[in-house]
Design a protein around this ligand. Structure first.
Ligand SMILES: [Zn+2]
Length: 265
């Protein structure tokens, strides 16, 4: 699942490449991917891209006309200048100058969604989103307040989009490894210095992932779900890069939590 760093680098690249670009044509290539029916896709035609923004794991193309195209990739959605063979195209935007932007989905899951709206607040999942960890609202006080007396385990806490928007399964594992905290710890049991450690880890893990993805992307858009730089996520059986102990995994259905049993307490 693309997470905040993937979407943030995608946002930056689209902004660099397409800002103030004019949409000449729009084609819906998968009817089920278009989740809103109120506005016809043609309302985006002749639209000029005013801004590319992101909230949590949602990408938003904002047009001068006031219309917005929101993309929610969920598990397998992505954006590309061409359609890779193994992906299904969902929607195509043709920009003046010949550039074509495709919203795509791998494995044809039918989950990724496109929304054409004027106001983002009209979308219930956007209203429920918590603080974006790259925003100024994400402070140590916010995190301490959110951790509070919560009885959730740290892993469940970090992936809860109503609290911190943008962290998913992979980066939650990485953040907890960085903070040396066990994913099974209960929020309420954290002391002040551990909350500080967690705060620092959220920022540093996301920032350094963004740098890696910027580099990997070269001049183009970031690849789908680049994960080579991760230290514990999906590294079961390999040595912990910090202490050398063997990384363990605990599965709930298909979703795994990966951690070092030695240096994460
Ligand atoms: Zn370790």
């Amino acid at each position: 699942m693309p997470e905040l760093p993937d979407l943030e680098v995608l946002r930056r690249r689209l902004r660099e490449g397409l800002l103030e670009g004019k949409v000449l044509d729009i084609e819906v290539l998968s009817d089920r991917a278009l989740k809103t029916r109120y506005f016809k896709p043609a309302v985006l035609k002749k639209g000029i891209l005013r801004e590319v923004s992101r909230k949590g794991k949602n990408l938003i193309l904002e047009f001068h006309s006031g219309f917005k195209l929101l993309f929610q990739p969920l598990l397998k959605g992505w954006v590309s200048f061409e359609v890779p063979g193994e992906a299904a195209p969902l929607l195509r935007l043709s920009f003046e100058g010949g550039r074509e932007l495709y919203f795509i989905e791998y494995e044809n899951k039918g989950m990724a969604g496109l929304y054409i709206v004027r106001k983002l607040e009209g979308l219930s999942f956007m209203k429920k989103l918590g603080v974006d960890p790259l925003s100024e609202e994400f402070t140590i006080d916010y995190l301490a307040g959110a951790v509070g007396e919560r009885k959730d385990r740290l892993k469940a806490f970090l992936v809860d989009q109503k609290i911190i928007a943008g962290v998913g399964n992979a980066y939650a594992d990485e953040i907890l490894w960085e903070a040396r905290l066990s994913p099974f710890r209960i929020c309420a049991d954290l002391d002040e210095s551990e909350v500080e450690e967690l705060f620092r880890a959220v920022r540093s893990v996301l920032d350094s992932a963004i740098s890696v993805l910027e580099e990997v992307s070269g001049e183009g858009l970031p690849p789908f779900e680049y994960r080579e730089h991760l230290k514990v996520h999906r590294r079961e059986g390999q040595p912990c890069p910090r202490c050398g102990a063997i990384i363990k995994a605990v599965y709930e259905g298909e979703r795994g939590t990966f951690f070092c049993p030695e240096c994460q307490r």
